[in-house]
Write a protein of this length. Structure first.
Length: 383
């Protein structure tokens, strides 16, 4: 290796045209899945985001076990309690994870609660303990928690809200609805979008004209007012589960036009290809041609679109619940929690009540980075 005066490098080794041929041959022998994984690993943000999302969804069935309190458990003596720090050492001595007990006092000058720590009595946390009852994975009733507050003390990692409910526990439980609504909504959206887009692109004619007019009408309507109108039509006496599924379906119904248009345009370009004509001449039915020959040719686009559409669903549910037209108490979601934090004066005094914004931001960014990395890895034109 020779260094030029301008800082450039020149390789002195003779040119060998066969260099790297073995690596290229090995790449040709790899499966598509392995090639996609090798490309995806190069996208560092996408890989980190995938790990964050995998961890987030893995924790959903165990939200109750990982939370020290149940979502609606109230501690009336600890309204707007500040976040508590978990410590390991007390006066230079290691005693394990513990918190200091806190007691509430009213500040009559600014009419707010102030909490004083008792630093003379460290309270070690209890592990694998009995607490409030919940359903593990939504199926098995149990009272076991990973950790609990010691007797006479509390454990508020991220403080408590205006009713004395633990913010950390409610965020963990809220993830079960907020992260699931995107999956349900994207399923509805993809079923409608793929079916109608396939019909419009493959058959064309009058069906294509009708579907395109419906798409144009839906895309011309302002999105937020349409969300509000459909959500306001949900009966107020319905339970949280029914409202959850209705909100998911609403989000899915309003999100399908973009996907349907992409599927239609792809089908228009593929239906004249020789492999499609050959399948038709051999007697394949339209449903088989679409399912076996057309859809697999742009499956990578559908996967990438799904990962980029889920955060829009999550933000949609959050916006509706924040405005009071989505999920409602006693259901717990991140949007419902933000609905309780609408008072700016309260946020100024008790800023930890706005913490539910953080997991929303992290999850939405993770989905976007993951979708970008997946789209690059699945791109057939990438060298």
């Amino acid at each position: 290796m020779t260094t030029l005066p301008d800082g450039r490098y020149i390789d002195d080794a003779p040119y060998e045209p066969d260099t790297g041929q073995e690596a290229r041959n090995a790449e040709l022998d790899m499966s598509n899945g392995w090639l996609v994984w090798l490309r995806f690993k190069e996208h560092k943000l996408g890989l980190i985001s995938a790990l964050i999302l995998l961890l987030s969804y893995f924790m959903l069935p165990f939200a109750g076990f990982l939370s020290p309190y149940t979502p609606n458990e109230r501690l009336e003596d600890h309204l707007y309690a500040p976040p508590q720090m978990v410590r390991l050492f007390h006066e230079g001595e290691f005693i394990g994870p513990y918190v200091y007990p806190i007691s509430a006092e009213v500040n009559l000058e600014n009419f707010s609660w102030e909490y004083v720590q008792d630093r003379t009595a460290p309270a070690p946390l209890e592990f694998f303990c009995d607490g409030g009852e919940y359903k593990l994975a939504g199926l098995f009733p149990t009272t076991k928690h990973l950790f609990c507050a010691p007797e006479g003390a509390t454990v508020f990692f991220w403080g408590s809200d205006r009713l004395g409910r633990d913010v950390f526990s409610r965020i963990m439980y809220g993830a079960q609805l907020s992260l699931t609504v995107g999956l349900v909504g994207i399923t509805v959206s993809f079923v409608i979008g793929i079916v109608l887009g396939s019909i419009a692109g493959y058959f064309g004619g009058f069906l294509d004209w009708i579907i395109n007019r419906v798409i144009e009408i839906l895309r011309s309507l302002p999105e937020l007012p349409l969300w509000l109108a459909l959500s306001a039509a949900v009966p107020s006496h319905w339970g949280p589960v029914a409202v959850f599924f209705i909100i998911s379906i609403i989000l899915g119904i309003l999100d399908w036009p973009g996907l349907a248009r992409a599927v239609r345009s792809k089908f228009l370009s593929l239906r004249e290809e020789e492999f499609v004509r050959a399948a038709e001449m051999m007697g394949a039915k339209p449903s088989r041609v679409i399912r076996k020959h057309l859809l697999p040719n742009f499956l990578s686009h559908l996967i990438a679109s799904a990962t980029l559409s889920i955060p829009a669903m999550i933000l949609g549910e959050t916006a509706l619940s924040f405005l009071g037209l989505g999920l409602r108490a006693p259901a717990v979601s991140w949007g419902v929690m933000l609905n309780d934090a609408q008072n700016l004066a309260s946020i100024e005094i008790y800023p930890w009540t706005a913490i539910p914004m953080l997991p929303i931001i992290v999850v939405v960014l993770a989905f976007n980075f993951f979708g970008d990395g997946l789209r690059d890895a699945l791109d057939p034109n990438r060298s």
